[in-house]
Design a protein around this ligand. Structure first.
Ligand code: COA
Length: 185
């Protein structure tokens, strides 16, 4: 399958909303129960872009959106600001063809270039596909929280994975290099 990666734009929000809707209704990656509508997804998209985090898409040769990925704050207290969390969602028919790995690889490159030092994956339902895509790019398991969610009639574990970016913890970060708009708290 050939596809290309590019920055997401507001014109992608209908397709992004539909892709996320399927994951919310049928999967455990997201712990949301009711799918957000396009207005809500537009607000979330804008909030991520306003802080300068990358939000990217993969599309096929016909321009059909196959999936999207973005980075966002892991938690909003300022000492966490060198750590980002990734999110990736693909349309069901686009899975298992290398699209998720390509999106995550691009996200890693962009977040490292921005100066972040760590990326975390918070994997709802301990999804084997999500664990596999992160492992394939060098993420390591850092822990499992048991029974953190209840969805589709069963208790869900959450797996945490992590990878260092750039200098990681080898050097102290230079606050002067932090893109100031990325963190508002
Ligand atoms: C998880 C997801 C992003 C993975 O993307 P993908 O395009 O399907 O995965 P890829 O085809 O890029 O595969 C990447 C690696 O994972 C492996 N993999 C993919 N699906 C797998 C599965 N179901 N079980 C085991 N391994 C799997 C591939 O073999 C590949 O390994 P390799 O690089 O060593 O050859 C995608 O399946 C998806 O959107 N799932 C629903 C939403 C979700 O779970 N999002 C993650 C939120 S943290």
């Amino acid at each position: 399958m050939t596809f290309r990666l590019r920055d997401a734009t507001p014109a992608d929000l209908a397709a992004i909303t539909e892709i996320y809707r399927d994951s919310v209704l049928n999967g455990t990656a997201s712990y949301e129960i009711a799918p957000p509508d396009q207005t809500e997804m537009a607000g979330r998209f804008q909030a991520i872009r306003d802080k300068g985090y990358p939000y990217i898409t993969a599309e096929d040769d016909d321009g059909t959106l196959l999936g999207y990925a973005y980075a966002s704050a892991f938690r909003t207290r300022p000492a966490y600001r060198w750590l980002v969390e990734d999110s990736i969602y693909l349309a069901p028919e686009a899975r298992g063809k290398g699209v998720g790995k390509a999106l995550l690889k691009e996200l890693l490159i962009r977040c490292e270039a921005l100066g972040f030092r760590q990326m975390a994956a918070v994997i709802g339902g301990a999804s084997p596909a999500s664990v596999a895509v992160h492992k394939s790019l060098g993420f390591e398991m850092t822990g499992t929280m048991k029974g953190t969610g209840f969805k589709h009639g069963k208790w869900l574990d959450t797996v945490f994975m992590q990878i260092a970016l750039g200098d990681g913890t080898n050097t102290a970060p230079d606050p002067a290099t932090y893109p100031g708009s990325l963190f508002s708290e």
